[in-house]
Design a protein around this ligand. Structure first.
Ligand code: B16
Ligand code: MG
Length: 216
């Protein structure tokens, strides 16, 4: 096995829990449009791009709409989501993640964010953690979304590392599948029913045992 030199972190569900704000944004849109939507269904949206989430919601409600209307709906949800983003700061970092970032940086690992979100830059700025990372990839970086390996391969390239030298931390099955397809070590955070089969799995971010994954 290649020596691990880079750590790639998903954003929503690993660095911070913006899933709740995504949920509230979708809920508002769904209510205004008279569509059914609940927390359970929102779980399907983890790691999934905005337009693909909207398609899942429309499909659930048997709605067919024009491309233009679809674009406007996604934009509306994003505006609601961005209102919530205004309220976040360092206190919104998930328990234990700052310690992991600091320890890995001190140990000399290259570090990156790879998120499906087109709001990644805003979130990172609000959390004030941009200086921890050597690269940031987001929803604008590649065409093919998770579970395709593209976003992670793009990120490894930015770090100047081979895929097998990278570990990915993910909270969604789409992300774990993307990491494995990229030939990277995949660390799943959350129940197995949510992350599927990963190389390592921990119940929550604060349970991550870096010594199990890396040579400290
Ligand atoms: P945006 P991640 C993902 O972030 C979220 O998990 C997912 O729920 C969301 O739909 C997606 O970002 C797109 O977000 O609407 O901000 O572009 O987990 O890949 O960091
Ligand atoms: Mg995620």
């Amino acid at each position: 096995m290649a020596k691990i030199k880079g750590l790639i972190f998903d954003l929503d569900g690993i660095i911070t829990d913006t899933a709740e704000y995504h949920y509230l944004g979708w809920k508002q849109l769904a209510e205004e449009e008279g569509m059914e939507f609940d927390r359970d269904f929102n779980e399907k949206f983890r790691g999934v791009s905005r337009l693909e989430c909207l398609d899942l919601l429309l499909e659930k409600n048997n709605r067919e709409i024009t491309f233009e209307k679809r674009k406007r709906m996604a934009e509306r949800k994003n505006n609601y989501y961005n209102e919530y983003l205004k309220t976040i700061d360092r206190n919104n970092l998930l328990d234990g993640i700052f310690d992991i970032l600091q320890r890995s940086k001190r140990a000399g690992y290259k570090m990156a964010i790879a998120s499906a979100s087109k709001n990644t830059k805003t979130v990172i700025e609000k959390l004030d953690i941009g200086d921890m990372f050597n690269a940031i990839s987001d929803g604008y970086s590649v065409k093919k979304t998770k579970p395709a390996p593209d976003l992670f391969l793009h990120t490894a390239k930015k770090l100047n590392l081979k895929p097998e030298e990278c570990v990915v931390f993910e909270d969604a099955k789409a992300g774990i599948d993307a990491a494995l397809a990229a030939n990277m070590t995949a660390v799943g955070i959350g129940p197995e029913s949510r992350v599927g089969h990963a190389d390592y799995r921990f119940d929550s971010v604060k349970d991550i045992d870096l010594t199990k994954i890396l040579e400290f």
